[in-house]
Write a protein that binds this ligand. Structure first.
Ligand SMILES: Cc1cc2nc3c(=O)[nH]c(=O)nc-3n(C[C@H](O)[C@H](O)[C@H](O)COP(=O)(O)OP(=O)(O)OC[C@H]3O[C@@H](n4cnc5c(N)ncnc54)[C@H](O)[C@@H]3O)c2cc1C
Length: 370
């Protein structure tokens, strides 16, 4: 079996910008579904708001690519923004079955064979172990894991998706919850299945005789494989730091708020301001992550000179600074912030009300012709 490449995620800006330079959109298109395909590994930086989909897209155009030559990659960037646009529109509704109730559901909990990487599908068990070791999982593997959870072990998608989100450096609740719903058939017209032949092909294994070693017309399986039937809780371990105490605040200057979804080093670099990374306990209770993910985000702060860390709620921070001008970037997790909201950089200036990815993609193409 070919190992998932041992990818690492440096946090300094030159390395991140270098990773953008190294994108190969044509090779991407033909190989992205394979474990060793030429994917970009940019998601942790996009999800943490260090770089934007627009920035990656602009880079492609500046390096001589066109929408046609990089279509597959640009479409994936659009999928990311499309899922975000749904979260923006629907808010917490994305935490529930969006279009259809999940069929055949047997448990609200996660199958323990999955969380302990003992499904018996070698490539999948390796993929889960790699997630634990690196905080990354290949897109195709995410689909296999979600399919085994929801459509073979018949767990409801929500808890397993929270488990995966908690381990991903690129945890993005919109891409996560809505992709799980797509696999489980609650936000699509049918459930997604992959058989052993498919896993073998894209992960270069040659396993046979497993519960996935069947033709597609055998899905859904008649019964849940017995070793997947034990369900249970998973744990996340997170200790928030103390933060910078006391904060050093210049009351005559604006406050710029950064958070888990906004660590943008290019944001208002031309002004002197109080720059604060806000880590709200209530946010991490609602969207739990493991220590590695928070540490990764905190390390990214080094790209933003003078960024101080405050651990507490938004209202406490505003009271403490006494600032009159507080700026933040629009995001579904920020709705309780008050102050001056600025837009995010979407891949294009969208109106957010797209009923399907196809409509989003068409609007994107139209916007690029103007
Ligand atoms: C069950 C499941 C859970 C997922 N959870 C997350 C998540 O929490 N956070 C997250 O960022 N992505 C998630 N994805 C989408 C996708 O798997 C990752 O974005 C991708 O694997 C990241 O690796 P990469 O940067 O090398 O992607 P590349 O293939 O190089 O793609 C470039 C960029 O396009 C975007 N992108 C690519 N594929 C997708 C996709 N299928 N959906 C949305 N955006 C995409 C990402 O921003 C990615 O960085 C999930 C997909 C599935 C099936």
């Amino acid at each position: 079996m070919l190992e998932t490449p041992r990818i690492t995620f440096p946090t300094d800006l030159p390395s991140i910008e270098n990773r953008i330079e190294r994108i190969r959109p044509r090779a991407y298109s033909s190989s992205r579904n394979f474990v060793d395909g030429k994917v970009t590994y940019l998601s942790p930086y996009i999800s943490r708001g260090v770089i934007s989909t627009r920035q990656v897209y602009q880079h492609l155009l500046q390096s001589g690519e066109t929408i046609e030559s990089s279509q597959k990659l640009i479409q994936e960037l659009c999928w990311r923004d499309y899922w975000q646009s749904i979260w923006r529109l629907k808010g917490d509704e994305i935490d529930q079955d969006l279009r259809h109730p999940q069929e055949g559901m047997r448990s609200l909990k996660l199958s323990l064979a999955i969380s302990s990487a003992k499904t018996g599908i070698d490539a999948v068990d390796r993929g889960i172990a790699t997630l634990y070791e690196t905080g990354y999982m290949h897109n195709h593997m995410r689909m296999y894991v979600a399919s085994i959870c929801c459509n073979i072990a018949n767990s409801h998608w929500l808890e397993p998706s929270r488990w995966m989100y908690a381990h991903l450096l690129d945890g993005d609740w919109a891409s996560n919850a809505l992709s799980w719903q797509w696999v489980a058939g609650t936000n699509s017209n049918k459930k997604y299945f992959a058989n052993q032949q498919n896993v073998n092909r894209f992960f270069h294994t040659s396993q046979s005789g497993t519960f996935l070693d069947v033709e597609y017309d055998r899905f859904p399986l008649d019964s849940i494989p017995s070793h997947l039937k034990e369900y249970g809780d998973y744990t996340t371990e997170l200790k928030l730091p103390k933060g910078d105490i006391p904060l050093s605040i210049d009351p005559d200057r604006s406050v710029l708020i950064y958070n888990y979804y906004n660590l943008d080093p290019y944001w208002h670099t031309n002004i002197v301001a109080n720059r604060i990374l806000l880590l709200e306990p209530s946010f991490f209770e609602k969207y739990p992550v493991n220590q590695r993910c928070l540490d990764f985000a905190i390390n990214l702060r080094e790209n933003i000179p003078g960024l101080q860390v405050f651990v507490g709620e938004y209202s406490q921070l505003v009271k403490l600074t006494g600032a009159t001008k507080v700026y933040f970037k629009e995001h579904p997790t920020n709705r309780h912030y008050s102050g001056i909201e600025e837009p995010r950089d979407w891949i294009f200036d969208t109106q957010f009300e797209h009923r399907s990815f196809f409509s989003f993609w068409k609007a994107f193409l139209k916007s690029q012709k103007q």
